[in-house]
Write a protein that binds this ligand. Sequence first.
Ligand code: NAD
Length: 467
Amino acid sequence: MTTQRCHSTAGTSGGRLTVLDPATGEAFAEAPGRQPDELDAVVRRAHDAWRGWRTDRGVRTTALLAAADAVEAAGPRIAPLLTREQGKPLAESFAEIARTAARLRYFAALDPGPRPLRDGRPVRSEIRWRSLGPVAAIVPWNFPLQLASAKFAPALAAGNTVVLKPSPFTPLATLLLGSVIADALPTDVLTIVTGHEPLGARLASHPGIRHVTFTGSIPTGRAVAAGAVASLGRVTLELGGNDAAVLLEDVEVERIADRLFWAAFRNCGQVCMAVKRVYAPARIYADVVEALAQRARSTVVGSGLEPDTELGPVNNMPQLARVERCTAQALADGARAAAGGHRLDRPGYFHAPTILADVPPDSPVVTEEQFGPVLPVLPYRSLDEAVEAANGTRFGLGGSVWGTDLDRAEAVADRLECGTAWINHHAELSLAQPFAGVKESGVGVAGGPWGLYGNLRPFVVHRPEGT
Ligand code: NAD
C-alpha cells in the first residue's frame, strides 16, 4: 500500500484552492492557488528580508514574543476556521493555537550565544552561530498550525526567513495565522504560499532555499530530499510513524484503557505519533480488546464545531478511502471488528472508531500507517516476540510500554527502536525535547535547542592567544 498523496481532491479553479469542510464534504471557502513560477520572487524577497532579520537577536526576540501574544489573542478567530477545514474538535484547535504561541515564546528565549573552544593550543577559538538564509517549511493537514510553528519558530528565532507551504486541504487557518503574525514581524520574514503541486516540489528544490524542513509522508519526504539535492541545501524530514504500544502482563487494563484509547484516536487517529498497533499478552488479550471496544462504542463522533464531539471526521476523501481500504483488507484477511469497522452513513468523511481483533500480523493495517480511527490489537506469547514485532517495521517514530512495574516497563522501553519511548502514556512531547524519528521516520532533529541548531551553522573564528 502506498501513502495517499493529498493534492487530488481539494480543487483549484482560476488559480484558487477550493477548501472543503470534512464534516459535510462541501466547499465552504477558497484560498489563493499560487503558481510555482511565483516562487522566484517570493524567495528573492525572503532573501532580502533575511539581511535585516539576521542581524539583531534582541529585535527578533521582541518580535517573536509579540507574535506569540497576537496568536493567543486571535485564538477565538483562528480556532473555528481550523476546525472547519481540518475537522478536529474546537477544544483541540484552541490547544493547537496555544501550542503555537508557546513554541514562539520557547524559541524566542533560546540563546545560541558564542561558545569558546578550548583544546590546549595557544589559540583562542570561538564558535559563533550563524543563520542559513531562506528556509522552506512544508507541512501536512493533520496539525496545520502546530507543525508549521514547529518549523517557523526555531527558524525565525535563529535569524532565518521562512516560506511556509501548508497542505492544500488546510490553507485557511495558516493564512489567518500568518496575517496575525505579520503585524509583529518585518515584511517578508514569514511568507505563506498556498497552492497545489508542484508548488511544494518547486519550493523544496528552489536554489535560493538553504534549508528545507518537511513534515509529511515517507514517499513525499523522499521526493523532497531528492529535489533539495539540486541546491545542496540542508534537509530535515519528519515523516510517518507506525508506533506500537506494548502492554505488559501486570498492566491494569481498566486503569490505562482511556489513555491508551485516546493515544490512538486523538485527532481521529491522524497523528504521526498515534498508537497505531497494540500488542497485548495473550492471557489478557480479550480484556484489552473489550476495554478499547467499549471506549470506541461510546465515543461521540460528530462535527468538531458541536460542543459534545469527541472525535471529528477524517480530514479528506483520499484519507478516508485509505482508512476504509485498510479496514476492509484486514476484515478480508480474517480480522474481527470488535467495534466499528465501517464508514458512517452520513454526509462528510466520518468513519466509526474501529477496534480490530485477530488481525494477521502481515495485514496492511498492521504493517503500514493507517492514519485514521482504526486500531489493530494483536496478542503475543513472549515479551521477546512482542518487542520483535514492535521493532519489525521500517518506521521508527515513537513507542510505548504499559505496565505497573515501572522499572520493568522502562527496561522494555529501552529496547524499542524509535526516537521517543513512553511508559504508560504516548505522544506527549515537551517543547524542550529532541524530536527525531529513526529508520524511515525521519532525518535530522527538531525540538528543543536541537531544533534551533538545526537552523544554524557554526562559524568558527581562531586568533592567537594574548593578541
Ligand atoms: P504528504 O506527504 O502527502 O504532504 C505533506 C505536504 O507536502 C503537503 O503540504 C503537500 O502538499 C506537500 N507535497 C506533496 N507532494 C510534494 C512534493 N512532491 N514536494 C514537496 N511537497 C509536496 O502528507 P499528508 O498526507 O499531508 O500528511 C500525512 C503524513 O504526514 C503521514 O504520513 C504522517 O505520519 C506524516 N506526519 C509526520 C509527522 C512527524 O512529525 N513525523 C507529523 C505529522 C504528520
